[in-house]
Design a protein around this ligand. Structure first.
Ligand SMILES: [Ca+2]
Ligand SMILES: [Ca+2]
Ligand SMILES: [Ca+2]
Length: 168
């Protein structure tokens, strides 16, 4: 992603105060205490995608329940028509540290829920350590090479969620 792209995105989605708001920024979709941004027209590898989300005070999406997955999958299908070339959508899961041990980049916790497509994850050629919603699998999950460039999904926790965490 070029600097010009970054600045353009910052223009579209101003950073200051985003994480302190109790409303989703323009262009994000709300579900419970999270906002989701489906980034369709900027194809990034997994690391760049996470960095991009962090610029917006968010992270690649962490899918913790079947309800959240159903929402994300439905939105992914809806948005997928806007870029038919994309392999899928990066989500925030990786097994780069310990092969076969899938963790979420946001919380660092292991997957407690997953929705892998049949036969996946397969670690094809021993080189697939990042999780995507896979277009060819109807947006079920697949492990893919982390340097593949595709669309991705950011999740931003609203202030209530932070208060809940801090309050524990
Ligand atoms: Ca989540
Ligand atoms: Ca792997
Ligand atoms: Ca795979």
């Amino acid at each position: 992603m070029s600097l010009a792209d970054t600045l353009f995105i910052q223009f579209l989605y101003p950073i200051p105060g985003v994480a302190l708001q109790s409303q989703c920024p323009n262009g994000w979709t709300r579900r419970e205490n999270s906002c989701y941004l489906f980034v369709i027209h900027v194809a990034n590898d997994w690391t760049e995608s996470e960095f991009f989300c962090q610029l917006l005070h968010s992270n690649l999406v962490e899918i913790e329940t079947s309800e959240e997955n159903a929402f994300v999958q439905k939105e992914a299908i809806r948005h997928s028509f806007e870029n038919r070339d994309s392999h899928g959508f990066w989500i925030g899961g990786t097994d780069a540290i310990n092969e076969g041990e899938w963790t979420w980049v946001t919380s660092g916790s292991n997957f407690t829920y997953s929705n892998w497509a049949p036969r996946f994850p397969d670690d094809y050629r021993g080189n697939e350590d990042c999780a995507e919603l896979h277009r060819d699998s109807h947006f079920l999950w697949n492990d893919e090479k982390c340097d593949h460039r595709m669309s991705f999904i950011c999740e931003l926790a609203l202030r209530e969620t932070y208060s809940t965490i801090i309050g524990k």
